[in-house]
Design a protein around this ligand. Structure first.
Ligand SMILES: [Zn+2]
Length: 130
């Protein structure tokens, strides 16, 4: 269900849901009070410090992956005359694991082996408010 806290990289190999409530005092208003990655429906549930609850499709996160490789790829795509011919890379790529990076970010591992995307909570909050 939704109750397994994410404590180790091994936990990311388990199917189902990875939950990772952030312990301790909040570092900023953008820090989630609770963060859960659902691997089944591929969604990220966030409860923020201010009580706001958000839900993001993980595919959306892949499209906004902040790592250098993905940014470069997106910039190349936007400069392409016929971007519709390029297959959406997020369509059949799933999240297989997740872990917290310090107190400021979430790192996702994808089924294609991509794991360099680190999503700061501020970026997650921005995506939630779009
Ligand atoms: Zn990336």
């Amino acid at each position: 269900m939704l109750s397994d806290p994410l404590k180790s990289p091994q936990a990311t190999r388990e199917p189902g849901t990875i939950g990772s409530p952030a312990p301790g005092p909040p570092v900023s208003a953008a820090a989630p009070a609770d963060l859960r990655v659902q691997l089944g429906p591929q969604r990220l549930h966030i409860r923020w410090q201010d009580g706001t609850q958000s839900e993001l499709p993980l595919a959306l996160l892949r499209r906004h992956c902040p790592c250098a490789a993905c940014r470069t790829e997106r910039e190349a795509q936007s400069a392409t005359a016929l971007p519709v011919l390029k297959k959406d890379p997020s369509a059949d790529i799933r999240v297989t694991g997740a872990q917290l990076v310090g107190r400021y970010a979430l790192q996702l591992t994808w089924s294609d082996g991509h794991d360099t995307g680190i999503f700061p909570f501020t970026l997650l909050r921005t995506l939630c408010e779009r």
